[in-house]
Ligand binder design. Sequence first.
Ligand code: 2M8
Length: 477
Amino acid sequence: MPSQPCMSSHDIREARTILMTDLDTDLSEHRRHGMTRSNPATTRHDQRDLRRTAVNVLLANWTGRSTVPSRKLYPHQWSWDSAFIALGLRHIWPGRAQRELESLFRAQWSDGRLPHIVFNPAVANDRYFPDWTFWSSPALLRKAPAGLRTSGLIQPPIHALAAWAVHQADPELSRRRGFLNWIYPRLARWHRYLRQHRDFAGNGMAGIVHPWESGMDNSACWDVPLSRVTTRDNGFQRRDLRYAATEERPTDIDYLRFAALAADYRDNGYRDDHDHQFVVEDPAFNALLAASEDALGDIARELGGADLAVIHATTAQQLTAAIVDVLWDAERSFFFPRDLRGGGRLAERYGCTGAVPLVLPNLPVATPLLKTLRGPRFQLGKVIGLPSYDLTSSEFEPTRYWRGPSWFNVGWIIHRGLTIHQENQAADELRTSLIHTAHTSDFAEYVDPLSGTAHGTKDFGWTAALTIDLMDQRRST
Ligand code: 2M8
């Protein structure tokens, strides 16, 4: 098992060199977008400053083992946050990026699930709800690694994609530390958990059993399936409103439902064969699983397992076919989540989850999907990032968490999708606008897609990390 030292002198030297290196500045690109010298991040100096500030956010959020999304609102380790954060860390400290993922995978359960939160025992319980005592149960204590405090839900499986990118940032260090050898079997078990325990409809796709598992927790896409959830009096106290404005966070009734669903799962021993009240096949979750399965193939090949690489590539293709087959609505040219407790209907709500399959290389419907993204509902290229919800809908809320604002991780995914589908100019424009907005918003958790105003918390981990990754795109893989 790789060791987990604090930042080494090699790391510090490396960070210093990179910070002092001139960035690929793209002044002409900024001019093309009408950003003048008075706007931030337009000069080489500003770009270096921006990068340094992003690195400082990652330094400030580092706990010695992993990186918190936010010191205030989210003071523990989150699963898909760590994957996005590792994508940025790899440019500064490849060793630390490896350790970010390793610390997460040390919390993997015996059934293969990767918990969505790994709690920091040094942080007081009343800093975040639901704290570890809420999740804890005899089943959790049996299945989670001894001595580690975790939740029992999961998040989108983008980890293999991140692990492969982290390896590529410094293959020599990765080989020396045995990074891929250590993480590959754990990634494979994680994917196997999803195939064996979460394929509720038997079509190869994984289902989520809680909106938190989508990572897009409060999306209006979950309103109908969530409205069926029976609430119970948990007697809990929300903690998020201490650090974020009420009108930017989920409502109390949604929190009651979130807590009830999580408590049901816990009380049923975190078994996936119990009668879940909420089961949804989510386009983003499955698209990221397919992209990660492809990355697992790359990792297997690197480790000398050509036969395994073929199996992973085939699984990725089959999953892509299932996503298109089941979740694509040809008439509306969009991917919708499927509500398995609602008769298997597609939830016809235009959330950014339906855009994420753009990240798949062999997507037969990339052209019509892009047309929808450029149309009135998302206005890709005309607004900042990709709005998390349909701009034309009466449910669109520009500042409420996942119901309208643009998120940097989604922007990053769409940038990757545009690049994969050779929409290079659109990719460059999106990249420029995301970097610029990260700067002007102080690395906000999310921004109003129309004005770029910051919302949620600031100095947010994945915003800083993905800004670094986007700035280094020309150097990275
Ligand atoms: C948000 O979710 C947590 C619950 O997991 C919360 O609201 O307390 C989401 O934005 C999720 O995608 C993210 O991983 C997490 C930490 O940044 O915060």
